[in-house]
Design a protein around this ligand. Sequence first.
Ligand SMILES: [Ca+2]
Length: 98
Amino acid sequence: MVPSTASAAIGQCSAGYMCSCEDASYSGGFVQGNSVGQYPSAMHDRASSLYNNASRAGTYYSDAYYTGMTIRLNSGQVWDNLYWNTLINDKIDSHRRD
Ligand SMILES: [Ca+2]
């Protein structure tokens, strides 16, 4: 059985880190870290799926350096598709673990 693109992509999020992906279902551009104050330009305002693979809860922010609107994810929580939420989809620009 060939792994799906989605599961292959979510697998790039290393244990112990919070991750963001550009498109739904963990494809496209990618950011990983536990204290990312500003996403690189290629991921600025583009995240559409999130995976908190860290050992604690964390927060994603609509603006750089942990400001603006927020989404909280518990440890291990995944958000496969943010498209339903037009307030935060393609808006995230920083994230930080607790
Ligand atoms: Ca996107």
